[in-house]
Design a protein around this ligand. Structure first.
Ligand code: SF4
Ligand code: SF4
Length: 472
């Protein structure tokens, strides 16, 4: 007898297109109160008072902090930095980098959670959203509902407020590079230049887009710091963690029930920690790169613990080792002082000290000597070289300078170089002709030294610059 054919499963052989990117699920973070929310708002106020306020401060009759790119001078309170001071920018970058390493090694993503502009502006934009559209459930209902005059009105109000704040942010940003009062006058007179217009709109658009629309997407997909921060973590780094041992097995229960007798842990599985999370993750699944360390889940869970009468801290700042070894808070603090942290602290303080000392002893005069090759001339008895001395007065008082030169017998400067005037925070190119008797200079490059001395100061500043006197 012929065997009947085996039944075959129907298989769809059509090619199926797979999405390369996860489709974004809109997150409606629930508002939360607690000590970490207070800390976050403290940083929002502190950073924004500085950002929006500093350009309006004056110092010596000019803007206190101004990065004047056109004239290549950076004013920071009483200091004026020139392109030659680039080393201070390098130092500033080094201090920022080591601070980031140090804070991250000690307590994870502190920067992301409290002070990063993306977090700060998202917090402000979410607050505006909550004021206009209401808390989480109202917002979800509004978005699900059909088009109505109320919905259009609320959305228009929200976006209007966001755009106004974003443009003000763009205006303030440009106010660090163009005197902000002048910029304000130009805005009111519709006389903004093309670059100023571009940067105000660009920065405003970036703020509106990142804090209003992109939000957690910036942290998850665009920020490189989220990707490499884990290399700065170790088993003693404080991170926001869910106490698995205490919380599991999770489950709902009546408030009066003896949940321990039922074999349940402290997590009532209410989902509040997920609802308050601005990146929409569940911290109970362990440390995830999406977690920005904002601590909203700690506040949320503490509120729940208070309500059900359990001890706070089911979600808390802890470390891998602290959880494993059941360390007390004092034990955790002792672990902070470990070699990596001490190394970062030592380097950071060394850089800060060196920079402070250098800044304190910074000479407010700079000199560059450029030999004018074309004007090298000679006659029978005398040889002449022409130089250009660029003198920069980096202080905010005008000064007089005397220029002299030495290094060869019989060296002479042509003209009166004993009272060269230079205005405050100004630079001047001074042509200097030097003659020397032919017999006193050998063929080739003869080393000479320019001395530039301030005149009329109680403690004169003296600067020497080496140069070459060339005989062809
Ligand atoms: S898991 Fe907690 S700390 Fe991390 S982003 Fe979400 S709410 Fe913030
Ligand atoms: S908020 Fe606390 S109790 Fe509620 S689900 Fe999260 S961890 Fe569990």
């Amino acid at each position: 007898m012929e065997a009947s054919p085996k039944p075959r499963l129907a298989v769809n052989t059509e090619p199926v297109e797979q999405a390369l990117y996860e489709i974004r699920r809109k997150i409606y973070p629930r508002a939360v109160t607690g000590k970490f929310a207070v800390s976050r708002w403290f940083f929002v106020w502190a950073t924004q008072l500085v950002f929006y306020g500093v350009p309006w401060l004056s110092w010596n009759g000019r803007q206190a902090v101004l990065f004047d790119l056109v004239h290549r001078k950076f004013y920071i309170l009483g200091l004026v930095f020139w392109p030659q001071d680039i080393v201070y920018l390098t130092v500033l970058l080094l201090i920022s980098a080591f601070s980031l390493f140090l804070f991250t090694a000690v307590a994870g993503r502190l920067w992301c959670g409290y002070a990063c502009p993306q977090t700060v502006y998202t917090e402000i934009f979410m607050w505006i959203e909550k004021v206009i559209e209401g808390d989480r459930l109202r917002r979800m209902k509004l978005d699900k509902g059909g088009l109505s005059a109320r919905k259009v009105g609320l959305k228009a109000a929200k976006h209007g407020a966001w755009i106004a704040l974003a443009l003000w942010t763009g205006f303030t940003f440009v106010g660090y590079f163009t005197p902000i009062r002048m910029l304000g006058a130009e805005v009111f007179a519709f006389a903004l230049g093309p670059w100023e217009t571009f940067w105000i709109l660009f920065y405003g658009f970036a703020t509106y887009g990142n804090a209003g629309w992109m939000r957690e997407q910036v942290c998850k997909y665009m920020c490189p710091y989220a990707r490499f921060q884990s290399v700065m973590f170790d088993r003693d780094t404080l991170i926001i963690t869910y106490d698995n041992e205490r919380g599991e097995p999770r489950g709902s229960r009546a408030k009066s029930a003896d949940y321990k007798a039922k074999g349940l842990g402290d997590c009532v599985d209410c989902g509040i920690c997920v609802q308050v999370c601005p990146t929409g993750i569940d911290i109970r699944n362990g440390l995830q790169y999406e977690c920005i360390g904002c601590a909203a889940c700690i506040d949320g869970c503490n509120q729940v613990m208070d309500k059900v009468g359990y001890p706070r801290g089911l979600i808390r700042y802890s470390s891998e080792n602290a959880l494993k070894e059941h360390l007390t808070p004092a034990g955790m603090v002792r672990r902070i002082l470990r070699p990596r942290v001490l190394l970062y602290t030592g380097i950071l303080w060394a850089i800060i000290l060196a920079a402070s000392v250098t800044l304190y002893h910074r000479v407010p005069v700079k000199v560059d000597v450029i030999r004018d090759r074309v004007a090298s001339a000679q006659d029978a008895d005398e040889i002449e070289n022409v130089y250009r001395l660029q003198i920069m007065n980096t202080s905010e008082v005008s000064r007089r300078f005397a220029i002299s030169v030495s290094g060869l017998p019989g060296l002479e400067i042509e003209g009166n170089m004993n009272a060269v005037e230079l205005g405050a925070a100004a630079s001047r190119m001074i042509p200097v002709r030097i003659e020397v008797p032919r017999a006193n200079a050998r063929k080739g490059a003869n080393p000479i030294v320019f001395t530039i001395r301030t005149v009329g100061d109680d403690e004169p500043i003296l600067i020497t610059e080496k140069a070459s006197f060339v005989v062809q």
